[in-house]
Design a protein around this ligand. Structure first.
Ligand SMILES: [Zn+2]
Length: 349
């Protein structure tokens, strides 16, 4: 029997990741840096990263956690609040290392309490983003308790996103971690400069995963997993070769004890094995030839950054996802812990 040939790809980037801060950086940054050349780093720290000065300091802390043998560039973001000034946007653009501004509707997810209460309060700031071409990265869910959690993304498109893009048609938008057919179709068909990131877990699982034989906190994330037709629409978008859809893991480290908890945190940890998970999805859909565009080209093109030139390998080789990983003075449970993977990521060509 001949050995299956390995898959060689231009080195990928992760266009949406949570690295957190403090002592856990040394545990999570090496996972992302091993697979990805660059990553868009989310700003939802406590307190959130709201100025270019704070982003500069956070960037230094991340770089200090990159192992000497690895090359990794954190692409920083600011956290949009009701009070973010137009001047702060100009400083961010001038910095050269801030590549986007994140909109969290207040209360939408982990550490989003400082988020935007009403997008109308941000219009002058958003106008400067439109003028300078700095992308707005959107957590696209409404937060009203009267709206069902499974409907919040679709309602956001109608109530917030479409009116916003009508007022600011040249604002560059990344609809982050889309989870619905509605979002995939909106991004595919909308006019103007819009793209979307898609996580590995939303490509792999529908909402049954959260309830398989009992409550499964490690499959709880926000936006929450949806029904199977939505998952299928996301897969179709990811493997379509449409450059509006690209890789963003939304890998989010939470201590095991805060996931397995009466009020468990939202988030899946995939930084360790992201490319292996995406490769499984693309392989299962006979689309391995589309993985490189999705993982390595389209995000860089949207963010107007050069594509990477070095090469990585995905080898057909089984290994078991560890049950737990170190996270500072505690542990975390990676997505699909204990399961066997079919691919192994090799960080060189
Ligand atoms: Zn996120």
């Amino acid at each position: 029997m001949t050995k299956p040939s390995p898959l060689r790809l231009t080195r990928p980037d992760d266009w949406h990741v949570h690295l957190r801060d403090g002592i856990v950086l040394k545990d999570v940054v090496p996972h992302t840096a091993a697979q990805f050349a660059r990553a868009i780093v989310m700003p939802n720290l406590k307190p959130p990263v709201v100025t270019a000065t704070m982003a500069a300091a956070y960037r230094e802390r991340i770089l200090a956690a990159v192992p000497a043998a690895m090359n990794f560039e954190p692409l920083m973001t600011l956290y949009l609040t009701d009070n973010t000034s137009p001047d702060e946007i100009r400083r961010a653009v001038d910095s050269g290392f801030v590549h986007g501004v994140k909109l969290y509707p207040a209360g939408a997810t982990t550490n989003s309490d400082a988020g935007v209460t009403d997008i109308q309060r941000c219009m002058r700031t958003l106008e400067v983003m439109q003028d300078t071409g700095l992308p707005l990265l959107i957590h696209g869910e409404v937060t009203e308790h009267s709206i069902d959690i499974f409907d919040r993304e679709a309602v956001f498109i109608d109530r917030i996103l479409q009116p916003l893009r009508k007022s600011l048609p040249a604002l560059r938008v990344v609809f982050e971690h889309i989870t619905t057919k509605d979002a995939a179709e909106y991004v595919r068909d909308a006019e103007g400069d819009i793209a979307a990131t898609i996580t590995a877990h939303h490509l792999m699982y529908n909402r049954n995963a959260i309830f398989q034989g009992g409550i499964r906190p490690h499959y709880y994330c926000l936006p929450v997993l949806k029904r199977e037709p939505h998952r299928l629409a996301l897969v179709e978008a990811a493997i379509s070769g449409n450059p509006r859809f690209f890789l963003g893991t939304d890998s989010a480290p939470h201590p095991k004890g805060l996931k397995e908890h009466a009020c468990g945190c939202a988030g899946c940890y995939t930084a360790l094995h992201a490319m292996e998970l995406y490769a499984e999805v693309f392989e299962a859909n006979n689309a391995l030839d589309k993985l490189e565009g999705f993982a390595s080209f389209f995000g860089a093109d949207f963010y107007r950054l050069p594509r990477n030139t070095d090469v990585v390998t995905l080898q057909k080789s089984e290994w078991i996802i560890p049950d737990e990983l170190t996270l500072g003075d505690t542990t975390l449970v990676p997505l699909d812990a204990g399961r066997s993977l079919r691919w192994k990521f090799i960080p060189h060509g």
